[in-house]
Design a protein around this ligand. Structure first.
Ligand code: ADP
Length: 186
């Protein structure tokens, strides 16, 4: 099974992605986690990504497409994956189509997790108090939400047209939402 997760910052993509991957026996690939690891290692990619991430902006498409092109070729990705945080723009979605085509992979679904925006800002502010993520401050959170609606939300239509979009209500308790997601996949 090959899936992508869509949804605004704070909707719980990471939490649900891990649970769904556990159930389905596929790997979880989070571009946010990959980029944070690159920043922690102070690699060339990490250095390039940092200023964008700290401003709540997207890292350029060519950087992400390079990362994912390499990652999806690896052995552990051949049995299925769930992409969390990628694609985030139309050019990334088109690039992903090409990458998958070259690997003879087909996409089984694009899951859109939905929730009320004010609830999300509050959740992220709370997470920022507990985590050391440099981008969970109120100002950067609002910027990330704006970027989502401008640059990523058009992907909902992109995948709806391909008949791959499955929307799931992201409000409720964690196990209940996981059940909803597994339900739309059946
Ligand atoms: P969020 O909780 O906002 O969904 P992520 O952990 O997925 O955050 O990503 C954190 C930051 O990493 C984003 O705000 C963005 O700057 C960068 N990033 C992650 N994935 C991508 C991507 N596909 N394209 C561009 N930038 C990305």
């Amino acid at each position: 099974m090959r899936l992508i997760f869509l949804g605004p910052p704070g909707v719980g993509k990471g939490t649900q992605a891990k649970r769904v991957c556990g159930h389905l026996g596929i790997i979880h690939l989070s571009t946010g986690d990959i980029l944070r690891a690159e920043m922690a290692a102070d690699s060339e990619i990490g250095q390039k990504a940092k200023s964008f991430i700290d401003d709540g902006e997207l890292v350029p498409d060519d950087v992400l497409l390079g990362i994912m092109n390499n990652r999806l070729k690896k052995d552990d990705a051949q049995k299925g994956y769930l992409l969390d945080g990628f694609p985030r723009t139309i050019p990334q979605a088109e690039g992903l189509d090409n990458i998958m085509k070259n690997l003879s992979h087909t996409l089984d679904g694009a899951i859109s997790l939905t929730a009320d925006e004010d609830e999300l800002v509050q959740r992220l502010i709370n997470r920022g108090l507990e985590s050391d993520r440099s981008d969970d401050t109120p100002e950067v959170i609002r910027q990330r939400q704006k970027v989502y609606w401008n640059q990523t939300a058009p992907l909902l239509e992109y995948y709806a047209q391909k008949n791959l979009l499955k929307s799931v209500d992201g409000l409720g308790d964690i196990p209940e939402i996981t059940e909803r997601i597994l339900g739309v996949l059946n």
